[in-house]
Write a protein that binds this ligand. Structure first.
Ligand SMILES: Nc1ncnc2c1ncn2[C@@H]1O[C@H](COP(=O)(O)OP(=O)(O)OP(=O)(O)O)[C@@H](O)[C@H]1O
Length: 319
């Protein structure tokens, strides 16, 4: 089938390998074999076990996973609050492993914005919504743009998130949903490249949660901000185009949704499709429900077909 390559072909392959763009060269967020090990009472916990993830500029995506799968660990690393043990992590050209303390501070102010689950962590209780939104601009040294410009920008953001009527209210005078919308405005105030949200709907009922996801979509569409939302809420899959599942500290599967328009009726439907992540070593995590359904364990049989690879239960026993 395959003949031995000539010397010239081998040289071409080496050149092609060398010139191949680096993993994630065109992504805004690149996590490459990311590892985070915690040691508590002499016991090691591998919270991230070689996680690969690429997020393109302008994406709105969700990370889902069971409790303890590593979502918050990843978020804290992307937020610049924690450092990985090994691997590589880059956000908007910044290397999260080698940043100095000073770079880290600038990174948190200029590159990323956050929305946390606990509304109290997002807003200062003694400031009004408008003041809360203006504060990051002031801290970022935009004093040159003046107080009035900051106030105008704050109002624009509150309007975009449909909470302009709350501009003079303090957090305790607003509902949980209103507080989270204001929190999104605060997170956007510094014009971040990436907005990170950790369980932003965790304390809200499902109807309010839907409105918050809609607010993220508005921010993404109107401002072009790349947004990563971590959530337990499986319902998020119908709210964003891309949902990546994390299992045991690695990305395992991903659901992509896209609109398809029927050529004859013009009717638009949203089609969702699940994909498994294939890492650069060729490793694939099969969804637990698939392997359970076919009683697959330890070993599976593989067959290369012209257009797919078949994965079958181990049939070696009894042969
Ligand atoms: N500071 C820490 N010290 C020791 N172990 C930790 C620490 N932080 C996280 N872990 C462990 O790392 C693993 C991943 O935790 P992480 O909080 O990232 O999960 P998660 O997916 O965010 O869970 P949840 O949805 O419950 O917040 C867990 O086993 C957790 O116990």
């Amino acid at each position: 089938m395959t003949s031995n390559p000539t010397l010239a072909e081998l040289a071409d392959r080496v050149t092609a390998d060398r010139d191949r763009p680096a993993y994630g060269h065109d992504a805004l967020i690149t996590c490459d074999r990311l590892v985070r090990v915690f040691t508590a009472d002499g016991v090691e916990v591998q919270a991230l076990q070689g996680l690969d993830l690429l997020v393109r500029e302008g994406e709105l995506m969700a990370l889902v996973g069971a409790s303890g799968s590593g979502k918050s660990t990843l978020m804290n690393i992307l937020a610049g609050l924690d450092t990985p043990t090994a691997g590589a992590a880059r956000v908007a050209g910044r290397d999260l492993l080698t940043m100095t303390a000073k770079d880290r501070l600038a990174y948190r102010r200029e590159v990323v914005g956050f929305v946390w689950q606990q509304t109290a962590r997002n807003l200062l209780p003694y400031l009004t919504s408008a003041q809360n939104v203006a504060l990051p601009m002031q801290l970022a040294g935009r004093s040159r743009s003046g107080r009035r410009a900051r106030a105008e920008r704050a109002l624009e953001l509150l309007e975009l998130l449909e909470v302009a009527d709350c501009r003079d209210r303090r957090p305790h005078e607003m509902s949980g949903g209103q507080q989270q919308r204001v929190a999104i405005a605060v997170a956007l105030a510094g014009d971040p490249s990436v907005l990170l949200a950790d369980e932003p709907t965790g304390e809200l009922d499902s109807h309010t949660a839907e409105q918050i996801f809609a607010a993220f979509r508005t921010a993404n569409e109107r401002l072009g901000t790349t947004i990563v939302i971590v959530t337990h809420d499986q319902a998020v899959a119908s709210e964003v185009r891309r949902t990546v599942a994390i299992r045991d500290g690695r990305t395992s599967t991903e659901v992509l949704r896209r609109s398809e328009v029927d050529a004859t009726t013009g009717h638009e439907t949203v089609v969702a499709r699940e994909y498994a992540m294939l890492d650069r070593a060729g490793r694939l995590q099969l969804p637990a429900e698939y392997t359970k359904a076919l009683n697959m364990r330890d070993r599976v049989a593989l067959e290369l077909e012209p257009d797919h690879i078949a994965v079958r239960p181990d049939d070696s026993e009894g042969r």
